[in-house]
Every structure is written in C-alpha cells, then in structure tokens.
Design a protein around this ligand. Structure first.
Ligand code: AMP
Ligand code: ZN
Ligand code: FE
Ligand code: FE
Length: 281
C-alpha cells in the first residue's frame, strides 16, 4: 500500500517557489499525509509549515533539512528528518554554511559578467529572499535577463558543476554531516543516489557506520530498473528505502509534484518508529 508520504520538498526558505504554508496546502490537496520540509541548509521555514499543518489533523509534518557535502568529483546530499531544529549549536553551523553560500553566489555572479551573461546581484538576493541563496536563484536571474530560456539551460550552460560559472562552496564532509544530524536527534537519509552508484560500495559502509538510516530509492524520474538496483543497495546495507518528489516548483523536465512519487508504507512506518524510539514524535 502506498503511504502517501513525500519526504523531500523545498520552500521559499531555500530554492523552492512556494512558501511553507503554500507547500503544505498544495501537498495536502494532492493527497500527501506525511510531508517532510527539507530546505537546503535552513530550518527557518519549519515553524510556518508546522503552523500550516495544524489545519490538517491527519497530516504529519516532519521537520527536516537537506545538507550538501563533497566527495571527490561529486556532490552528495543528505536529508535529516525529525531534527531538533532549535538546537543553538546546529543553528550556528547552518548560519556559517549560509554565509558561505552568499560569498559563493557573489563569485558566480562575477564570473557570469566576465562570461558575457551579466545578472544583477541585487536581483539574485531579492529572488533568494530571506532564505538560503542557491544556484536556482542565479538561474532564475539568468532567465529574467534573457541570457537563457530556462532554469535547466542556465545549469547546462553556466551553473552546473562542470560549467564555466560554477564556484565551489564550503561544505562539510559526509560523515561530519551524518554525525551532526545524529547529534540533533535527526534521522539521516542519503538523497538521490543514482549518480553516486559507482561510489556506493565505498560510501555506504562509512555512512552506515556514521549512523545513516536510509537512502532515497523512489525519486523523480528514477526508472523501475534503477529503483530495483537501488533497492538492492538498500537491502545490502540495511537502509530504509525512502524518497520523494524533491519538489521545488521551478518547472523543467525533472519536476514532479508533491505526492507524485508513491513510497511503500513499510519503510515509512519504520522511519516513524525510529523517530518515536528517539523521542522525536
Ligand atoms: P546549490 O545548493 O546552490 O549548489 O544548488 C543546488 C540546487 O540546484 C539543487 O538542489 C537543485 O535544486 C538545483 N539544481 C542542480 N542542478 C540542476 C539542474 N540541472 N537543473 C535545475 N536545477 C538544478
Ligand atoms: Zn534545491
Ligand atoms: Fe539535493
Ligand atoms: Fe532537494
């Protein structure tokens, strides 16, 4: 039985287009009954999401986060569920990561000017609003300035990891992130691992040892045979097979709406049980 859970979504507090309240309303209207808000490096949308969720007694809102880490030649994202987002030490780490996002975005905007695709720095900050600035905001500014036709094209031509305006930013290591999430009571789950498959043999034992409890298996455009392969990895390392839409609302070929990715009920229930054991629900 599908669980009507969506465990990966973004709001205006990072690079999504809906406010937490709009996201909760929209996801609920699409049948989602267990929703995780997982903004990049920021938890400031959680109070609004929790408040909005109170209108729906049969909706469970999971306070979450998505954090990025670096491995050679790749970027690995880790989701944290049921985090104690009010922890002061945790917020200090997040504030530092967001500061480094601002520096890095500014350097990307400078590179774009040199590449003949100038965008206004003020406009990028405006698009980011009060939240964590990210490449999607620069992509939107590039679309608005008429340099590219879509966010996707902006990533392909300028902002992608191997594109000319890309700039690295400060990131924690993978085990550091998993341990940090564990320290604030969170349940750590490896996000969208398809591109990491060649490295999973090496990564998963280390992450499992650091406390990883699950990995995304059901995600956006993952095909049935990819899901089967990832299920094999999850079974081998005793990880809960989870996932979600990674809804941002920016459109594009990969976009899935909240609730579009049905998850099996059993691993979702086991995630909730783990949270209960840790006193997080
Ligand atoms: P940042 O955290 O600033 O490095 O930006 C990473 C975010 O950009 C990801 O979480 C995605 O939301 C988005 N992103 C990455 N690649 C693409 C792409 N090819 N097209 C659209 N969005 C992308
Ligand atoms: Zn994002
Ligand atoms: Fe991600
Ligand atoms: Fe995401």
């Amino acid at each position: 039985m599908p669980s009507r859970a969506d465990l990966h979504t973004h709001s205006t507090y990072s690079d999504g287009v809906l406010t937490p309240r709009q996201l909760v309303d929209y996801a609920y209207s699409r049948g989602v009954r267990i929703l995780a808000l997982t903004d990049h490096d920021i938890t400031d949308g959680i109070p609004e999401a929790l408040e909005a969720a109170r209108a729906y007694p049969d909706l469970l809102l999971i306070p979450g986060i998505e954090m990025s880490t670096d491995v050679p030649g790749n970027e690995v994202h880790i989701l944290g569920y049921f985090i104690d987002w009010q922890d002061a030490g945790f917020q200090e780490v997040l504030a530092r990561l967001r500061d480094s996002r601002v520096d890095r975005a500014r350097r990307m905007v400078e590179k774009l000017a040199r590449l003949g695709a100038p965008v206004s720095w003020e406009r990028v900050l405006e698009l980011a609003g009060e939240g964590a600035v990210g490449r999607p905001h620069i992509a939107q500014a590039l679309v608005e300035a008429g340099h590219v036709a879509s966010v996707n094209e902006a990533f392909e031509r300028y902002l992608g990891r191997n594109a000319p305006a890309y700039v690295e930013r400060e990131k924690m290591t993978l085990p550091e992130v998993v341990e940090l999430l564990g320290r604030v009571g969170g349940l750590a789950v490896l996000a969208h691992p398809r591109e990491l498959e060649p490295d999973l043999d090496r990564l998963l034992p280390e992450l499992r040892a650091a406390g990883l409890v699950g990995m995304e298996v059901y995600y956006q455009d993952y095909a049935p045979e990819e899901i089967e392969r990832l299920l094999g990895w999850a079974r081998r390392f005793d990880l809960l097979p989870l996932g979600g839409s990674d809804y941002h609302g920016l459109g594009g070929p990969h976009q899935r709406e909240p609730g579009d990715i049905p998850l099996p009920d059993e691993p979702v229930q086991r995630l909730l049980e783990l949270a209960a054991v840790r006193g997080r629900v």
